[in-house]
Ligand binder design. Structure first.
Ligand code: ADP
Ligand code: NI
Length: 232
């Protein structure tokens, strides 16, 4: 990482982080799709926790880039920007530049926002930087476990998906276009995405947290299907 993350900017880091938090909180509060401010709040906390674990193992990383990317990652996400996947990185870059962030910070954060998202079971989404790997793990962890289950049905309701249909099998999407266009059931979202994430985590602490959250989802699905069949 280049050292100019703050020095080229007009405002010091802490001021930019605070202004960014206020901006994101305003933009996302009231969302009912599972992409509300508190999703971002949790992703930031997880990301900073994973960053601390990674730093302990000797990784060099810029904590401010982690924090800013976590804060900005869902502003103008493609799902809410007419399918345009360039909107979120553009919004992040424009915001940070307007705050006086240095050019390296702007481009590092925008790159993370551009490359973070899951794009279908068959589509690799590698992160180029250590900071990106951490924020991607944090965002994915918030898609898992008890919170992941809650968010899935919140988003399914927003999208108009049915809860479950035993006649509709899950689909393995081989392109982002196919993933974007899909209209599956909420239960199928587990097989199509959520149960795949445990084995795609980037960091050791991400893997550790994902394993427990994965078990919570498996237990939920087993119980859901048992109740569906009148077995429980
Ligand atoms: P990413 O964080 O990889 O960009 P998304 O923002 O698309 O992922 O998804 C975040 C969460 O929103 C998912 O983990 C899930 O809870 C919910 N979600 C997204 N797409 C769907 C879907 N098609 N059906 C149900 N829930 C979904
Ligand atoms: Ni997110």
């Amino acid at each position: 990482m280049n050292a100019d993350h703050t020095t080229a900017g007009k405002a010091p880091d802490a001021t930019i982080v605070q202004a960014t938090e206020t901006h994101v909180r305003e933009r996302l509060s009231g969302d009912s799709t599972g992409h509300d401010w508190f999703h971002t709040y949790r992703v930031r906390r997880l990301a900073l926790r994973i960053a601390a674990d990674e730093a302990e193992t000797g990784a060099t990383l810029d904590r401010r880039v982690v924090e800013l990317a976590a804060l900005l990652h869902d502003i103008d996400d493609w799902k809410f920007a007419g399918g345009d996947e360039t909107a979120a990185p553009r919004a992040a870059a424009a915001w940070l530049a307007a705050q006086g962030a240095g050019p390296d910070t702007v481009s590092d954060v925008a790159e993370i926002v551009a490359t973070l998202s899951f794009k279908g079971a068959g589509v690799p989404t590698p992160m180029r930087t250590a900071e990106g790997a951490i924020v991607q793990d944090a965002d994915r962890l918030d898609a898992l476990g008890a919170i992941g289950i809650a968010r899935t049905f919140a988003y399914g309701g927003y999208k108009g998906s049915t809860l479950h249909d035993p006649g509709v099998p899950p689909t393995s999407h081989d392109s982002f276009a196919a993933y974007k266009a899909s209209s599956g059931t909420s239960i199928n979202h587990f097989a199509e995405k959520l149960l795949l994430l445990r084995d795609r985590m980037n960091t050791a602490s991400g893997r550790h947290l994902a394993a427990e959250r994965h078990r919570v989802m498996e237990a939920f699905l087993a119980r859901f299907l048992a109740e569906w069949d009148g077995q429980a």
